[in-house]
Design a protein around this ligand. Structure first.
Ligand code: ADE
Ligand code: ZN
Length: 317
């Protein structure tokens, strides 16, 4: 079997970032929203990471009602199924839905209904703070999250611009989520270096890191991550498209793997980065010679790190 056809576990997929441009263009037409500045020739348009975040937020304005989100979750999970994904975790952003955090429960309930429509893909939701909105908003987002938990809402995390604010400022938000029993991850080591990773580990105490790849710049940090078993949600295609690495040949995923770091593979925001799970697997096989043994190993790591119950994990192993 070609490795691209293997059953896959994906831990790092942003819901709005997974929306196909044609889906968002269709919604825009229904609602009379003009997206011509951000979707050109059927592709999302951006130049660098800050501009990517701006485009992402501009495109997301077409998602206006809970039913829009229900349809999006269903479309994204149908696509995951076509990629051979059997388990996925979707990053949700309560600050993007509705006009205030008070609207969040209705949106989350609609997303649960969207996931119910695709039972072939086991799905969990990770509520996230958006780092560039600051620590107060992160705390409010965590409070809104734990006030309305649903069966699939099992994780908490943070995305957004890693260059802004210190990780320590977000500790109160992460404490609220941890005390509610949510699994903890955070983006770090994507645009920030080893210091950002260290600070995130010390203050936010995640079991997983979104990206985390720039830990490679500090061998002592690589040793720490391996010793503590912190799982990296690596998104190679994203890193290359956003210019963190010039090409996949320069990407540290294989070196991290060989150093004993638990790595996994995801797509982050696949249509933005012209990637898919099948493409990521095929590229890793081509560039690093990864075989079924490596992919079986990373999928085992991913399922063991998944924010799901033991029975679900056992069924999918
Ligand atoms: N939000 C969506 N994609 C992201 C990424 N790659 N890094 C940080 N925040 C994000
Ligand atoms: Zn991400």
């Amino acid at each position: 079997m070609p490795v691209a056809d293997l059953p896959k576990t994906e831990l790092h997929l942003h819901l709005e970032g997974a929306a196909p441009p044609e889906f968002m263009a269709g919604l825009a037409a229904e609602k009379g929203v003009d997206l011509s500045a951000v979707i050109e020739d059927g592709m999302y348009v951006y130049t660098d990471f800050p501009h990517f975040l701006q485009t992402y937020e501009a495109v997301s304005t077409v998602l206006q009602t809970p039913d829009d989100y229900r349809r999006l979750v269903e479309a994204v999970l149908r696509h995951s199924k076509s990629e051979g994904v059997i388990y996925t975790e979707l990053f949700l952003a309560p600050t993007l839905t509705g006009t205030s955090l008070a609207d969040w429960p209705a949106y989350l309930d609609a997303m649960e209904a969207g996931a119910d429509a695709v039972p072939e893909v086991e799905c969990r939701f990770i509520s996230t703070a958006v780092r560039h909105l600051g620590a107060d908003m992160a705390r409010e987002t965590a409070e809104a999250t734990v006030a309305h938990l649903t069966p699939r809402l099992t994780g908490w995390g943070m995305g957004g611009n890693e260059a802004l604010f210190s990780a320590a400022e977000f500790a109160p938000a992460f404490d609220i989520a941890r005390e509610a029993g949510l699994g903890i991850t955070t983006h770090a080591g994507e645009f920030g270096g080893p210091e950002s990773v260290r600070e995130s580990l010390d203050h936010l105490r995640p079991t997983r890191l979104g990206h985390g790849v720039r830990a490679i710049e500090d061998p002592a940090l690589v040793d720490r991550i391996a010793a503590e078993g912190i799982v990296l949600e690596v998104n190679p295609g994203s890193n290359v498209m956003l210019g963190v690495y010039a090409s996949l040949d320069d990407h540290p995923i294989d070196r991290l793997f060989r150093s004993g770091v638990p790595v996994t593979v995801s797509t982050d925001d696949p249509p933005y980065f012209h990637t898919s799970m099948r493409k990521e697997y095929a590229d890793l096989a081509r560039v690093f010679g990864w075989t079924r043994a490596e992919f079986d190993a990373i999928n085992r790591v991913a399922l063991n790190a998944a924010f799901c119950d033991a029975a679900t994990r056992a069924r999918l192993m």
